[in-house]
Design a protein around this ligand. Structure first.
Ligand code: GLA
Length: 393
């Protein structure tokens, strides 16, 4: 996550042109609380961060598409035709922009010509900060701008999710694309994932900052385990629906869950469903606490969220647990939890500003001793959602 290189210069050199490209940016996201609730029709509470994906592009006169990522220079320029956007394994990362193009066209948007597009991302890969949704939305705003599509933002967000679900094959919910598409500087978004109703809450953390801690553990099993958790929740819901009229686990209160949990026949599925219901309740409570300025209780809800993800949802693992449990022990920490899908990736912690250096040193020492390598620490800055930035730099 260093300073941004001269992207326009790189663009001109890679695509051998003198035309100055238009420049777009889509952030990554953290989720403050509300994990694995989005595909269960519950609430999430994410915020977009200042790290993300830059996309620079110009229209071409013909139907060719050329993609280049400064993050994968060895792969070089990936080319295809506007009429052939099918998933192609050999196109690797470029399948994300290709998927967006395919679904945008299928939704009736007129992409009249090809384009040359350069990407540069400063979100660490596989860190669970949604680098893939960030590429999808960076492509979305770029195409919207270059081809004057005047797209509805929610449509763009839903197309991004469709790329993930149908093109790439991860059964993810709407949270990442929504946070990235709708982010607002210094605010978190409380989103009802069933209705897409949302509200912004100012992130006033007094003398605390949000630290992002990357475990540097790649999320190797993430895709299959993620889809498995989703299937387990769907089975639990089916059991409940045999007797009750309920559309999603997100509709249940904790009390309703306790009264009816015996209807879920499999014990593991019951624990997964419990997490979804209790986490949703915690998320709503967290918004209240933040609005009341009670960040101490907000932090406590973060801790409870992690315990539930560890014990009932089983998506944490040694690396995330080591980081979070080490964070809990430090002075000046109000709360800490994993963020995103889990199975590695990042944790977040609410840390007093004057304790940050000590926090990094102590947590990393414990982590290194137990896991054998270092974690990385970043102070989160909450920025705007995806947009054109040609005039900003
Ligand atoms: C991933 C998915 C999201 C959400 C989180 C877990 O980030 O892309 O849709 O399910 O995991 O909360």
């Amino acid at each position: 996550m260093n300073t941004t290189p001269d992207l326009s210069k790189e663009f001109k050199s890679i695509f051998n042109t003198t035309t100055t490209p238009r420049k777009f940016f889509a952030p990554g996201r953290i989720n403050l609380i509300g994990e694995h609730t989005d595909y269960n029709g519950g609430h999430v509470f994410p915020a977009s961060i200042s790290y993300g994906t830059y996309a620079l592009g110009i229209k071409r006169d013909d139907q060719r598409l050329r993609f280049y990522s400064m993050n994968f220079p060895d792969i070089g320029v990936i080319e295809c035709d506007l009429s052939d956007l099918a998933y192609d394994k050999s196109h690797q990362w470029a399948n994300y922009p290709k998927g967006m193009l395919l679904y945008l066209k299928a939704a009736g948007h007129e992409i009249s010509h090809g384009a040359d597009i350069l990407f540069y991302g400063n979100i660490p890969n596989g860190a669970g900060l949604s680098s893939s949704a960030s590429i999808e939305l960076a492509t979305g705003v770029l195409l919207d701008g270059l081809f004057d599509l005047d797209m509805d933002r929610i449509d763009m967000i839903q197309l991004g999710q469709k790329v993930e679900n149908q093109y790439v094959g991860v059964n993810s919910g709407i949270m990442d694309q929504f946070a990235i598409g709708m982010g607002k500087k210094d605010h978190a978004i409380l989103l009802n994932c069933q209705t897409l109703e949302h509200e912004y809450a100012p992130l006033s953390l007094k003398n605390h900052v949000i630290m992002i801690i990357n475990t540097n553990k790649q999320r190797t099993l993430a895709k299959s385990k993620y889809n498995e958790r989703r299937a387990q929740c769907e089975e639990a819901l089916k059991d409940l629906q045999a007797k009750l009229s309920i559309r999603s686990l997100g509709e249940f209160t904790k009390e309703q869950f306790e009264t009816n949990k015996h209807l879920i026949t499999d014990e593991i599925n019951r624990r997964r469903a419990k997490h979804a219901v209790y986490e949703n309740a915690r998320t709503l409570e967290a918004l209240d606490k933040l609005r009341q300025g009670d960040i101490k209780l907000f932090g406590k809800l973060m801790n409870d969220s992690h315990l539930s993800l560890r014990d009932d949802y089983a998506v944490t693992g040694l690396e995330l647990d080591t980081i979070v449990e080490a964070a809990w022990k430090q002075d000046g920490v109000l709360g800490a939890r994993m963020t995103g899908a889990g199975f590695g990736g990042c944790a977040i912690a609410l840390v007093a500003k004057d304790r940050v250096d000590e926090f990094k040193k102590n947590v990393n020492a414990i982590y290194h001793q137990k896991v054998g390598y270092d974690a990385n620490f970043y102070t989160a800055t909450i920025g705007d959602g995806a947009k054109e930035i040609s005039k900003e730099c």
